[in-house]
Design a protein around this ligand. Structure first.
Ligand code: B12
Ligand code: SF4
Length: 459
C-alpha cells in the first residue's frame, strides 16, 4: 500500500498581530482550511500549522497550502521561501492572493484565485502528478453542496468557533473587498446544513463570520430567521456573535429571534456619523437610512439584550482633523458599547486602493514587506485634508480617549444598564480590551490583555 501524501496547511500570523493575539478570545480559526480538508480525498493526510498558537517551526510535507490576509501575506511569503528552498511545492489562496495573483506567484509555486471548492480536487490531482499549475481560477461555490467543515483540524484551545451561513454582498462599498471577491449575489446555505454544522462545533461560543448575517432582502432576512428559529427549536444553547449592516434593526422579529437563539453582540458597519463620510466611501445602505436613524437602531438592539460593536473608519477623504475628533466624541457620547476604530486602509482589489494608487497617495509601498502595515491601525495613506503625521497623532489621542480603563469600564456599566444582560456586556468589554491590544497597548501605562487582568488591577 502506498504511503499517504502529507498536505500541510499553514495559517501565518503577521508579527504586528502577535500582541493582539495574547487573548484567547481574539483568536479565530481559519475556516477555509476546515472546508478544504473536508474536500481532500483520503489518500492525503491533512495537518494544520497554526501561528495563532505559536511560531512556525519546520514540518515536512508533500504540499504546503497557505491562506493569508494582506496584513499576514508577508509572513506567508517568508515561510513559503523555506519550503521552496527544499523543493517542497507551495500554494497560496485567500483574499490577498486572489486580488494580487501576480505578486503571489513570485513567492509561491501555485496561486488559487477565488473560491476553491470547485477546483480543489483537481489541484490535488495535479500535485500528485508533480504538475501543479502556476494559477488556478476557482468559480463561485454552490453553497447547497458545501461539505461539513472539518473542525477537528483546529487547535482545541480555540474558545470561539466559526461558521459561515452566506457569501457575497451587492453593495460594493469602496473600501471593502467582499464584493470583488465573493461577488454581488447574496448566496445562502441551506438552513439545515448550517444547523448541523453549529451542532458539530466543539465550542459553546461561536462567530457567524458572514459580512451581513441578515442580507439585504426579505428572503435573506427569512433565511436568517429560519436559522435562529432552528437554533431555538433544536435547543442548541450556544452563545454567538456576528456582523450586520445597519438594517439589522429593521425587523423586530429578526432581533428578537437572534437574541433568543443566543446572540450576545452584533458588529454594525456604521463607518461614519456624517452623510459626507458615507458618500465618500459609497456606503449606500447607511446613506439611505440616514445618520439620524442610528440612535433608534442602537435602542432596538439593546432592548433585545444584545450589545453593539460599532465599526468606524477614520481618515476618509471628507474628514478634517476636527471630524476625526468629532467621530471619537460620537462614539463616546452614543450608545455604542464596543468599537472598532479603523484608519482608512486601501485594501488591494478595492476601489479605494485604485483611487489612492492612481493619485499617488499610498505612503507604504515597499511591497511585500509593507503589507504588514495594512492592519487598519497604521497610517498607510496621504489623507485628503491633513498630513499623514496629523492623522497618526490625532488617532493616537483618539485611541487613548476610547480605550483607557475609565472609558471602557464606563462603557461596560452603561452597556449593562442598556442591555440588562451581564454576559453580553462582558462580551463587549472583552472586545474593547482586544481592540485596545490591537490599536496599541503600548500607548497605555497599565498593561492588561484580558478581562481577568483588568479585574485583577481593579481589586
Ligand atoms: C472571519 C474574518 C476575520 C476573522 C479572522 C478569521 C481567520 N481566518 O483568521 C477576524 C475577526 C480575526 C478578522 C480579522 C481581520 N480582518 Co477579517 N474577515 C473575516 C471575513 C468576514 C471572513 C473570512 C472567512 O473566513 N471566510 C470564509 C472562508 C471559507 O473564505 P476564505 O477565507 O475566503 O476562503 C476561501 C477562498 O479564499 C479559498 N482559500 C482561502 N485560503 C486558502 C488557502 C489555500 C491553500 C487554498 C487552495 C484556497 C484558499 O478557499 C476558501 C473556500 O472557497 C472576511 C470577509 C469575507 N467575506 O471573506 C474578512 C476579511 C478577510 N477581513 C479583512 C480585514 C481587513 C481584517 C483585519 C485587518 C481587520 C482589522 N481591522 O483588524 C483583521 C486582520 C487579521 C489578521 N490576522 O491579519 C478583509 C481582508 C482584506 C485583505 N485584503 O486582507 C476582509 C476580506 C473583509 C473586507 N473588509 O474586505 N477577520
Ligand atoms: S462593507 Fe459591508 S455592505 Fe459594504 S460591500 Fe463590504 S460587506 Fe457589503
Amino acid at each position: 500500500m502506498s504511503r499517504k501524501k502529507k498536505l500541510l496547511f499553514i495559517n501565518p500570523v503577521s508579527r504586528l498581530h502577535r500582541d493582539f493575539l495574547k487573548t484567547q478570545t481574539a483568536k479565530y480559526p481559519p475556516l477555509a482550511f476546515a472546508i478544504l480538508a473536508a474536500l481532500t480525498p483520503d489518500n492525503w493526510e491533512v495537518e494544520l500549522l497554526d501561528e495563532n498558537f505559536g511560531d512556525f517551526s519546520f514540518r515536512p510535507a508533500d504540499l504546503v497550502g497557505f491562506t493569508a490576509f494582506t496584513s499576514s501575506v508577508y509572513r506567508a511569503y517568508e515561510i513559503a521561501a523555506i519550503y521552496r528552498e527544499k523543493g517542497i511545492p507551495t500554494i497560496l489562496g485567500g483574499i490577498h492572493a486572489s486580488m494580487l495573483p501576480r505578486e503571489a506567484g513570485e513567492h509561491v509555486d501555485s496561486v488559487l484565485i477565488g473560491e476553491a471548492e470547485n477546483i480543489w480536487k483537481s489541484v490535488l490531482k495535479d500535485a500528485e502528478k508533480g504538475k501543479l499549475k502556476k494559477y488556478y481560477h476557482g468559480s463561485q461555490a454552490n453553497l447547497d453542496r458545501l461539505p461539513k467543515a472539518r473542525f477537528d483540524l483546529f487547535h482545541p484551545d480555540y474558545v470561539i468557533g466559526s461558521i459561515q451561513t452566506t457569501r457575497g454582498c451587492p453593495f460594493n462599498c469602496d473600501f471593502c473587498t467582499v464584493t470583488p471577491f465573493n461577488g454581488s449575489k447574496y448566496r445562502m446555505r441551506p438552513v439545515e446544513d448550517v444547523l448541523d454544522e453549529i451542532e458539530s462545533l466543539p465550542q459553546d461560543k461561536f462567530y457567524i463570520i458572514d459580512d451581513n448575517l441578515i442580507g439585504y432582502s426579505k428572503q435573506s432576512a427569512e433565511h436568517a430567521k429560519a436559522i435562529f428559529r432552528g437554533m431555538i427549536e433544536r435547543k442548541i444553547n450556544k452563545k454567538w456573535w456576528s456582523q450586520s449592516s445597519m438594517n439589522f434593526a429593521d425587523d423586530e422579529e429578526v432581533i428578537r429571534l437572534a437574541a433568543d437563539s443566543g446572540c450576545q453582540i452584533i458588529f454594525l458597519g456604521i463607518e461614519s456619523e456624517q452623510e459626507e463620510g458615507l458618500e465618500s466611501t459609497n456606503k449606500k445602505l447607511n446613506s439611505r437610512m440616514g445618520v439620524d436613524k442610528y440612535a433608534e437602531v442602537f435602542r432596538r438592539v439593546h432592548q433585545a439584550g444584545i450589545s453593539i460593536i460599532g465599526s468606524f473608519i477614520f481618515g476618509l477623504d471628507s474628514d478634517s482633523e476636527e471630524d476625526l475628533r468629532a467621530r471619537k466624541d460620537y462614539i463616546l457620547n452614543n450608545d455604542i458599547d464596543s468599537y472598532q476604530t479603523s484608519i482608512l486602509t486601501p485594501l488591494p482589489g478595492s476601489k479605494t486602493y485604485k483611487t489612492f494608487e492612481r493619485e499617488g497617495r499610498l505612503t507604504r509601498t515597499n511591497y511585500p514587506f509593507d503589507w504588514q502595515y495594512y492592519t487598519m491601525q497604521d497610517v498607510v495613506i496621504q489623507p485628503n485634508k491633513m498630513s499623514s503625521e496629523t492623522l497618526e497623532t490625532v488617532m493616537k489621542e483618539n485611541f487613548k480617549a476610547l480605550f483607557n480603563k475609565k472609558t471602557i469600564l464606563r462603557k461596560f456599566m452603561k452597556g449593562l444598564r442598556l442591555t440588562k444582560n451581564a454576559e453580553s456586556a462582558a462580551w463587549a468589554l472583552s472586545t474593547n480590551i482586544s481592540y485596545r491590544n490591537l490599536t496599541g497597548a503600548e500607548l497605555f501605562d497599565e498593561q492588561y490583555f484580558t478581562v481577568e487582568d483588568l479585574i485583577g488591577k481593579l481589586r
